[in-house]
Design a protein around this ligand. Structure first.
Ligand code: AMP
Length: 430
């Protein structure tokens, strides 16, 4: 049987251009998160299954990539019991809650953290939905203030803006507001879960079908009352849970002032978010060119308790990096540049000159790539072209003797003879 050379479904390889674009976007997001006072943290990719299960991860718990026990323990487990003891993290929030419970005493209080890294979910793969994908999370632990929601959302919107992504809508809600609306509509408590699951599908499936299913599950009247109470301008919205509505309005108002017209913020009472660990406001970032969400988050005040720690108020959000990259690829905003120079190697005898020229360029702050080997200059120029370099340098016997380099501008094809110093000075001036 031949060995597959494509990665498994839902996993991807990235060519150098794509890697460069991804690194650039990650640098931008990190810079923005830092500018808001979030400190970088890093948690392990693999967690004990006890960390990942039973902590409010919702449907994602069913999508955990589990890791088999190893060696004798696996043999013993085959006879009886659970074969796996570890799993790949499916989000960055549960690992953060574990991390904070373990290390909180060494951290500032409140603590503002950011983490950018891969997570894994055994989903059915499709465009924009992968089994391995990067999330970029920013969280504030240790504060109940709605200022946290404002800061986290503003940080994420600022990161999007820095990457040239506009036209975003932030949808805000609070499960407690939704539950109050369900109560008012006459939906019994034991049907809340069903109603929420259906509401969560409203923007992913045909709304007509969802409401028909809602009527079948809840009864025609409660379903109809629920539908009319969910409109953002329904009067019943404010009355259903006045305090919660006021908090959401406060967050919305602060954000609208801070971000001006660069994004829209609206209260969307049907927003559910799949995680059960949320205890307060939840939010989602949507873009007209994407069917799913571009990011989301919320308040999860009791999560650290589940790790045996104290109850610590917390709020955070995640940028779905892969969907962001889909948007950026479409707009061509992140075309990656190659190195400044490719230095050709004229011959074995002259390779020291090539190495030295590259070292001097690097010391002056320019990326320089030495052709790895010797060979026909034509092949070396082709390599320089494929690398997207600005210039190719040749140091043959005449140039070496005179202390010059031959510079080929790879955009125009023009050649010039000059010293490295003048080449550097010419490009620094630009
Ligand atoms: P969640 O952790 O489910 O709230 O997701 C946060 C963000 O991650 C979403 O808004 C998506 O942009 C992104 N995301 C979630 N699942 C996937 C996936 N399977 N593939 C790519 N991105 C995803």
């Amino acid at each position: 049987m031949s060995i597959p050379t494509a990665p498994p479904s839902g996993f991807r390889d990235f060519l150098p251009q794509a890697c460069a674009a991804r690194s650039k976007a990650i640098e931008t997001i990190s810079r923005v998160y830092r500018s808001f006072g979030f400190s970088p943290i890093s948690t392990s990719a693999v967690e004990d299954l006890a960390v990942l299960t039973g902590k409010g991860g919702g449907e994602n718990e069913k999508l955990i990539f589990k890791i088999l026990k190893r060696g004798d323990k696996l043999e013993a487990a085959k006879a009886a019991g659970e074969l796996a003891d570890l799993g790949l993290r499916f989000d960055l929030t549960l690992p953060l809650a574990r991390f904070y419970t373990k290390h909180g005493s060494q951290l500032p209080h409140p603590f503002k953290a950011f983490q950018i890294g891969p997570v894994w979910r055994a989903e059915r793969a499709q465009k924009g939905r992968y089994r391995e994908f990067i999330q970029c999370d920013a969280d504030i632990l240790g504060s109940e203030s709605p200022l946290c929601e404002v800061e986290v959302i503003q940080a994420i919107l600022t990161a999007f803006e820095a990457l040239g992504v506009t036209e975003l809508t932030v949808h805000l809600n609070d499960r407690r507001l939704l539950y109050a609306l369900l109560d008012k509509a006459g939906v019994p408590e034991d049907k809340r879960g069903t109603a929420c699951l259906l509401l969560d599908k409203l923007d992913k499936a045909d709304p007509g079908e969802i409401w028909a299913e809602m009527a079948a599950q809840l009864g025609a009247d409660p379903a109809q009352r629920l539908k009319s109470s969910l409109s953002p301008d329904s009067a019943g919205l404010k009355e259903a849970a006045p305090d919660i509505f006021a908090t959401l309005e406060g967050i919305r108002g602060d954000l609208s002032e801070l971000i001006g017209t660069s994004a829209k913020v609206q209260i969307s009472p049907s927003l559910v978010r799949g995680f059960d660990y949320y205890t307060g406001p939840v939010f989602e970032f949507r873009h007209p060119k994407l069917s799913g969400s571009l990011g989301g988050g919320g308040r999860y005040d009791r999560l650290t308790e589940k790790f045996g720690g104290q109850s610590v108020p917390a709020c955070g959000a995640s940028i779905g990096f892969e969907r962001l990259m889909l948007l950026l690829e479409e707009s061509g905003a992140l075309a990656a540049a190659g190195p400044f120079a490719c230095v050709t190697v004229f011959s074995e005898e002259l390779r020291d000159h090539a190495l030295e020229a590259a070292a001097r360029l690097r010391a002056a702050g320019f990326d320089a790539d030495v052709y790895p080997g010797t060979g026909k200059l034509k092949a070396q120029f082709k390599y320089a072209d494929m690398r997207g370099a600005k210039v190719a340098l040749v140091i043959g016997p005449d140039e070496a003797a005179a202390g010059n380099v031959k510079v080929k501008d790879l955009m125009t094809g023009q050649e010039s003879l000059e010293t490295l110093d003048t080449l550097v000075a010419r490009h620094i001036e630009r």
